[in-house]
Write a protein that binds this ligand. Structure first.
Ligand code: MSP
Length: 593
């Protein structure tokens, strides 16, 4: 884990600027990243999702953000099994003009809207198996205390001043936009109305006396942080984009609104006429959940990984680190950025009526099925397009046919009548490739399979580190295909348990295939937890044998004892993943529309 442990904010003599003068050499996972780390502090990790606006019900894009964080966090837990070592927060962003206006439009008090929609997010995340350890609502008292304390620090450090702030404000994005980011669009009345160039949302000219944060002082420190830690923002194109932004002017930032205009928020301490800017309020949630301002937060900060969508990169990679540096803290350890889901080629929006309801999808495709789909198809670097047929095709081919079929082939009573993990025969499959002899049955492709599966956990871990979860799943899927090829090649159904010539090789073929399945089940736990549990239980793998530290693939091949050999398989509990029935009414309907 990279630990920016000794990051110090120092004022340069004769300037009002600040610079990052010191930070320790980044430390990464050891070269054996799958081994649990000895040092409990280094093993700590804190994952966060963005907190979600409560102006509308959750959609699949929100679920995707949460799933990426969930998979990263679950993968970390597989590496470092001690539950105390990992924290994972999510929640709802409930203040600000956007929510104030949405509540007014719905004829509700803001609290009513917040309670209603926040409950929908909580229910969705529960159903989708999001394994968060905290769900924060920014309307909670603990959060107000944290935000006001944070504000007090900025004030005490001379980083806030009062001044006239004017510009285009977009309530939908909750930010000021420069003139270059605003365009005119004809409205229904025929007049042209100013809108955000990127999102198309309306903007209004705002001129107010506000508290302003000296953001401009942080350009250099931010550049130093990012240049010194090339993995701070992953994937790389987003890191590069932030450095590009920092080449441009970085104006100071208005961090409050007049309370008469925005009453739904946290008041500025000591000045009730101003409400704290919703983004400052929202970003501090990441500290609230680790106990800030109590000292306990220090054992979790900055071992933090923020998972965010590309639309909120500037807030997390510029404003947030600058605010943290201003308050005397280090920037977050990692910012993982993902792109967006479109639907049938279009941006998802209420007005287009194409919002995909994630709960319907969980119902149709099962929780594990839909989790697998979003994480297997979602590519962080580019937007991805959603349509129903794509889900059915992927799940039927990869989970039902390839993985489920493989399990069935190796455990079915007619092929494995003893219902055990058979014995591996080292003379049939010697560890040295190319040996010849009457009992040697393994072929070159079989060695390639063993090599591919042996290196898979490391490959998968590297993809997780680089926030390329889809590549991790692609690698697993490719090994599943290779294992099916292995079984097909040796056709165990043609071998006979009664024959002294066939039996050792038949056992070996099944043993190798079951070992491959054990690796796949272990590695799929972060993405498809229930399906992986079903698979591992069927193989007879106990709960304490499912971590990455315990995952020792095909030990008999490498000359070690195998704890599974001869063990009874777990009970048969039906198909691993039933094919999605093509005749279901909803699917027929989806084809028609
Ligand atoms: N409230 C702010 C975040 C504050 S974090 C301190 C916010 N909320 S949001 O509800 O609009 O978005 C939450 C997350 O959902 C963001 O990461 C955003 O990128 C993600 N998504 C919103 N629409 C999306 C898609 N269509 N596809 C994928 N993710 C999308 O921004």
């Amino acid at each position: 884990m990279v630990q920016i442990s000794a990051l110090r904010l120092l004022r340069r003599p004769g300037t009002r600027g600040v610079s990052l003068l010191e930070y320790s050499t980044p430390r990464h996972y050891s070269s054996a990243p799958l081994r649990a780390r000895d040092d409990a502090r280094d093993a700590r990790a804190f994952f966060t999702t963005p907190i979600f606006y409560v102006n509308a019900a959750p959609h699949i894009g929100h679920l995707y953000s949460a799933l990426l964080a969930d998979a990263l966090c679950r993968h970390h837990r597989l590496r470092v099994p001690s539950a105390a070592a990992t924290r994972f927060s999510t929640g709802t962003d409930e203040h600000g003009l956007k929510i104030q206006q949405a509540a007014a439009a719905a004829g509700l008090a803001p609290t009513e809207l917040c309670d209603r929609v926040s409950a929908q997010f909580q229910q969705l995340f529960r159903e989708a198996g999001i394994s968060s350890t905290d769900f924060i609502r920014t309307t909670e008292v603990r959060h107000r205390i944290a935000v006001q304390h944070f504000w007090g620090l900025l004030k005490a450090r001379g980083l806030l001043y009062k001044g006239l702030y004017e510009g285009w404000y977009c309530a939908s994005e909750e930010c000021f936009l420069p003139e270059a980011k605003v365009t005119r669009q004809p409205s229904s009345s025929g007049n042209s109305c100013p809108v955000s160039l990127e999102s198309g949302h309306p903007v209004v000219w705002t001129k107010e006396e506000n508290y302003i944060f000296r953001l401009s002082q942080f350009r250099e420190p931010l550049q130093q942080w990012l240049r010194g830690d090339p993995q701070a923002i992953t994937p790389e194109p987003f890191h590069h984009a932030v450095l590009q932004w920092l080449e441009e002017e970085l104006p100071d930032l208005s961090v409050s609104r007049r309370s008469s205009h925005l009453h739904w928020g946290i008041p500025v301490p000591g000045d009730d006429s101003q409400t704290i800017y919703v983004w400052l309020d929202a970003l501090v949630n990441y500290l609230t959940v680790i106990g800030y301002p109590n000292a306990e937060f220090k054992s979790w900060w900055p071992t933090t990984s923020h998972i965010i969508g590309k639309d909120i990169l500037k807030f997390h990679a510029i404003y947030w680190p600058a605010l943290l540096l201003g308050a005397g803290m280090s920037p977050p350890h990692r910012i993982y950025v993902h792109s967006h889901w479109t639907v049938c080629g279009q941006k998802m929006s209420k007005s287009l009526g194409n919002v995909v309801d994630p709960r319907t999808c969980l119902d149709r495709y099962t929780v594990d099925g839909f989790r697998y789909f979003l994480l297997r198809q979602g590519v962080p670097n580019w937007d991805c397009d959603y349509y129903d047929e794509k889900v059915v095709k992927l799940l039927d081919s990869e989970l039902a046919d390839a993985l489920g079929g493989l399990l069935n082939r190796c455990t079915a009573n007619r092929i494995n009548p003893s219902g055990t993990y058979p014995v591996f025969c080292t003379t049939c499959f010697p560890s040295e490739p190319g040996l010849v002899g009457p009992s040697v049955r393994a072929q070159a492709e079989d060695y390639a399979l063993v090599n591919a599966v042996a290196t898979l956990p490391k490959q998968v871990a590297d993809h997780y580190d680089n926030f390329q979860i889809y590549k991790a799943l692609e690698a697993v899927s490719s090994c599943v295909r290779q294992t099916n090829g292995f079984v097909q090649r040796h056709a165990p159904w043609k071998l006979n348990w009664e024959s002294p010539v066939d039996a050792p090789w038949l056992g070996t073929v099944l043993h190798v295939a079951l070992e491959c399945l054990r690796v796949f089940g272990t590695l799929l736990q972060p993405v498809t937890p229930s399906l992986a549990d079903k698979l591992l239980s069927r193989l007879g793998v106990s709960a304490t044998e499912r971590g990455l530290g315990e995952l020792c693939f095909l030990p008999r091949f490498y000359g070690h004892p195998c704890p599974f050999e001869g063990r009874r398989l777990g009970p048969e509990t039906g198909l691993l993943f039933p094919r999605l029935d093509q005749s279901r009414a909803w699917l027929v309907k989806a084809h028609r529309t």
